[in-house]
Design a protein around this ligand. Structure first.
Ligand SMILES: Cc1cc2nc3c(=O)[nH]c(=O)nc-3n(C[C@H](O)[C@H](O)[C@H](O)COP(=O)(O)OP(=O)(O)OC[C@H]3O[C@@H](n4cnc5c(N)ncnc54)[C@H](O)[C@@H]3O)c2cc1C
Length: 272
């Protein structure tokens, strides 16, 4: 079946084209879209691209960091100001995937993918989207919860407040095949501290549900407390609450439930 490729210079036009055609798919880096096309996915008959430079913009100068949806993981790895995001960016695929794959495409990547999105969820990011009727900003958690209904919407950018200190943001991907295997689970935590107590704890998990999720019970165990052994133990014990992992070739749901607390304990206590 023929596939039409439409390239627009403006994101408005690309969004209008995307929202008016159910068989259209936006092409970010194409690491997943091209694989689907090559495998003969007949649900895609139009591929939409936007060459607008806003899609590949990185802003690190203000209090909020903005990543255009078309920013690749290789570009993040080249930005010194984004050093705290190098671990999630480096954990994705091999060099070829990091050169092509984008932060926008990662929002839509199914399990076991979506590692960078786990980091974005822990940082409480906001997703800027453009639909047929205009633009809006949507919290990443809400975006992920309604991800199936977001087809036809163009993601323009992701923004979030820079963590206050290098130690406040932590990330870990558990994989069997290194360096480029899919995730057994992925964990990210943002732990801002006021005095000696955590205020505004965010813990995000990948491969523990159909989309990345917040570990709310673990967050409650951390909130308002110092990051000591008893707090870490309470958060680790609560990590599995509210999760619904699946079985796949990388691990069973049972195994994921067994290990999520172990790895959260290691992440919080800074162990390798
Ligand atoms: C060999 C291999 C290894 C991989 N390893 C990992 C890994 O370790 N971790 C991981 O997280 N992922 C991994 N991936 C998955 C993928 O490469 C990444 O998730 C990447 O971020 C997807 O981005 P993309 O721009 O290539 O997406 P694309 O393939 O271009 O698009 C994916 C989906 O997102 C939609 N989309 C993309 N950009 C936008 C936008 N701006 N607005 C609206 N919709 C959009 C597309 O329409 C499509 O539905 C791997 C893929 C491959 C092929």
């Amino acid at each position: 079946m023929p596939v039409t490729v439409k390239t627009f210079t403006s994101t408005n036009e690309a969004a209008a084209a995307l929202s008016s055609d159910r068989s259209a798919r936006y092409l970010g880096g194409g690491t997943l879209v091209m694989r689907a096309l090559n495998e003969g996915d007949i649900s895609i008959s139009t591929v939409i691209r936007a060459s607008d430079q806003a899609m590949t913009r990185i802003v690190t100068s203000g209090a909020r960091i903005v990543l255009g949806a078309g920013v690749t993981f290789a570009r993040i790895l080249a930005e010194r100001d984004l050093a705290f995001l190098h671990a999630p960016a480096r954990s994705i695929g091999g060099p070829a995937v990091r050169n092509m794959g984008t932060v926008g495409g990662n929002l839509f990547a199914p399990v076991p993918y979506g590692d960078f999105t786990v980091a974005m969820l822990a940082l409480d990011a906001v997703v800027s989207v453009q639909g047929g009727l205009g633009g809006r900003e949507i919290g990443i958690e809400e975006f992920l919860q309604s991800r199936d209904r977001q087809t036809g919407v163009l993601v323009l950018a992701i923004s979030f407040a820079k963590p206050g200190s290098a130690d406040a943001f932590r990330y870990r991907k558990i994989a069997r095949i290194k360096p480029k295997g899919g995730a057994v689970i992925t964990l990210a935590a943002h732990l801002p501290v006021n005095g000696s107590r955590i205020v505004g704890a965010r813990v995000a998990l990948g491969s523990m549900a159909p989309t990345p999720i917040r570990a709310r019970a673990a967050e409650r165990a951390l909130e308002g407390r110092p990051l000591d052994t008893s707090t870490i133990n309470a958060a680790a014990a609560a990590a599995v609450e509210g999760t619904s992992p699946g079985d796949n070739a990388l691990a069973s749901a049972w195994y994921r439930r067994e290990i999520v607390g172990v790895h959260l304990r290691r992440l919080l206590s800074g162990q390798e």
